[in-house]
Design a protein around this ligand. Structure first.
Ligand SMILES: Nc1ncnc2c1ncn2[C@@H]1O[C@H](COP(=O)(O)OP(=O)(O)O)[C@@H](O)[C@H]1O
Ligand SMILES: Nc1ccn([C@@H]2O[C@H](COP(=O)(O)OP(=O)(O)O)[C@@H](O)[C@H]2O)c(=O)n1
Length: 223
């Protein structure tokens, strides 16, 4: 890593609880929380906006040159602007859910977004969540976790949010891609959150940081 900022990498399948834990951990430790799924969702959203078939790689790659994707931070949370607009909850809509795996399978899309994700470390220490953070974005960080939960629990958690999305169906579609599929990164600690509440998962994550040598100064903030 280029400076003393640290990266906490949190990966796992859809609706396993990654964003919830990443947000809580980042808030307690005063770190920037980066939601990388929102960036892939932003590209999927742009394909809708511009009438581009998300399965047409050449057309999606061409779109990357025509649309401006800007990542930033607001209140210690990552933001993504598409041609200057923060899309907020529109990124969680059904049409985005059904397109996002297709754009995420395109290597050029991943290269652009991975480079924007790495740039966050210039701004400060981060808790970053996604599918390939420990394996591709920050393979050298010691702070790696894979948050899992059973299919049944994940379906129930997403349904409780009132969102039309079958997280396990999207995972199956994601698993078909050749570049950067979801894997348990080398050295990642697996936390099965099926039977845990949010606080228990956060405590398990803090234990990983402690055991992997995070500074006392950082850990003291969590108390
Ligand atoms: N340990 C947990 N116990 C119960 N519900 C949880 C837990 N972690 C997350 N949730 C809930 O499950 C849903 C999905 O969590 P989220 O953090 O969005 O998952 P992901 O980022 O992995 O897709 C949210 O409604 C969240 O409040
Ligand atoms: N690092 C990442 C993050 C998300 N993604 C893609 O983006 C989609 C949406 O990610 P997300 O994190 O918003 O999804 P949820 O886990 O919230 O359902 C995933 O299904 C993947 O197709 C990815 O390929 N790599």
């Amino acid at each position: 890593m280029s400076n003393s900022n640290i990266a906490v990498a949190i990966d796992g399948p859809a609706a396993s609880g990654k964003s919830t834990v990443a947000k809580t951990l980042a808030k307690r430790l005063g770190l920037i929380m980066v939601n990388t799924g929102a960036m892939y969702r932003a590209v999927a959203w742009a394909t809708i906006q511009h009438g581009v078939d998300p399965a047409d790689s050449a057309a999606v790659i061409n779109l990357l040159d025509r649309v401006d994707f800007t990542c930033g931070v607001e209140n210690n949370l990552s933001t993504v602007l598409v041609d200057g607009v923060d899309l907020g909850d529109a990124l969680r809509q059904d049409a985005v859910n059904s397109r996002v795996s297709k754009v995420a399978a395109i290597s050029e899309v991943r290269e652009l977004l991975v480079s924007m994700q790495r740039d966050y470390l210039e701004l400060g220490s981060v808790v970053m969540e996604g599918r390939d953070i420990g394996s591709v974005v920050f393979p050298n960080t010691p702070f790696k976790m894979y948050i899992d939960a059973s299919e049944e629990v994940r379906r129930k958690r997403r349904a409780a949010e009132g969102i039309i999305d079958d997280p396990t169906a999207r995972d199956k579609e994601d698993s078909k891609r050749k570049s950067s599929p979801l894997v348990i990164a080398e050295g990642a600690v697996v936390i099965d959150s099926s039977e845990m509440d949010v606080e228990q998962v956060v405590q398990a994550a803090l234990t990983v940081l402690r055991e992997r040598g995070a500074s006392e100064e950082l850990l003291a903030k969590a108390n």
